[in-house]
Design a protein around this ligand. Structure first.
Ligand SMILES: C[S@@+](CC[C@H](N)C(=O)[O-])C[C@H]1O[C@@H](n2cnc3c(N)ncnc32)[C@H](O)[C@@H]1O
Length: 265
């Protein structure tokens, strides 16, 4: 008689291999950008999240690929926050509308994608392999996670896994980077699509990210924070296009909101 089968850990499984924050010394070490591990140590909220299932991420990416056709039968209300800082929702009577649907909203092979707070890099690798975006990046400030993300990418590109085709390995080798650093000190996000699983981000972090996003030429933002939160914390020129229910591996459901940057590029 055999007992319960042991689960083989997925290659991309979230499992902290290195309990300590090891320093990035190996060939697969992530590029270090300013302000990294010291911030992580003083942010207790960064532990203890459930990751999104691969199915949910794939569904989100599929949605983003066809965002204009799926969501824009009805024009989007333009950013309801007046630039003087008053935070109000647009009243149905006084709607002004965002510009015409723009094909740059769709996630395509010429898009650039960043996961802010990329953890073990799963979403970044998924975006590169599934949506085949021109570039996929992640920034993570917990050293052990950023290192593991880089090691995973190295392992996948090394050729030791027969389930990855040569083409997939080439995709990962080009235009896929996982960085170690504090996203609140990143500066302008030069990406068309910005993703963040920001449920546990502090208001301070969100406010700092909002400041940077206001300077950034992004087209689409995916966040788990409601529009009211973003506006209150300073993000301007966004309109909510859709909300998708995402499922975590722990069985919880969260709403991912898809926002359009209504400011012209
Ligand atoms: C909920 S996890 C999401 C991981 C990954 N994006 C995913 O979806 O699987 C959030 C991650 O954001 C990281 N994080 C939080 N604030 C950050 C910051 N200011 N800069 C970089 N990473 C940050 C945390 O360390 C954590 O790994």
């Amino acid at each position: 008689m055999s007992g319960p089968r042991k689960r083989r850990p997925s290659l991309l499984a979230v499992e902290d291999r290195s309990r300590n924050d090891s320093s990035a010394t190996s060939a697969s070490a992530p590029k270090v950008v300013k302000g990294s591990s010291e911030v992580a140590r003083c942010d207790p909220s960064s532990e203890g999240y459930g990751e999104m299932t691969e199915g949910s991420i794939e569904r989100l990416l599929t949605f983003l690929k066809t965002i204009t056709t799926k969501t824009l039968a009805v024009p989007l209300p333009k950013s309801a926050q007046p630039e003087d800082g008053l935070s109000v929702r647009a009243s149905p009577s006084g709607l002004s509308f965002a510009p015409e649907a723009d094909s740059s909203w769709n996630l395509t092979r010429s898009s650039s994608f960043i996961d802010i707070g990329s953890g073990y890099g799963k979403v970044v690798l998924h975006a590169k392999l599934s949506a085949r975006v021109r570039s996929a990046a992640g920034i993570e400030y917990v050293t052990s996670r950023a290192v593991m993300a880089s090691e995973t990418k190295e392992e996948l590109t090394s050729g030791q896994h027969s389930f990855l085709t040569h083409e997939a390995r080439t995709l990962l080798k080009t235009g896929c980077r996982l960085e170690l650093g504090d996203a609140t000190k990143y500066g302008k996000f030069n990406f068309s699509h910005v993703y963040m699983y920001d449920k546990v981000f502090s208001e301070r972090t969100i406010a700092l990210l909002a400041k940077q996003l206001n300077q950034s030429p992004y087209r689409v933002l995916v966040s788990y924070q409601r529009v009211e939160v973003w506006r209150r914390l300073g993000l301007r020129n966004i309109a909510e296009a859709a909300a998708l229910t995402m499922r975590t591996t722990g069985g919880q459901n969260f709403k991912a909101y898809i926002y359009i940057n209504t400011r012209s590029p």
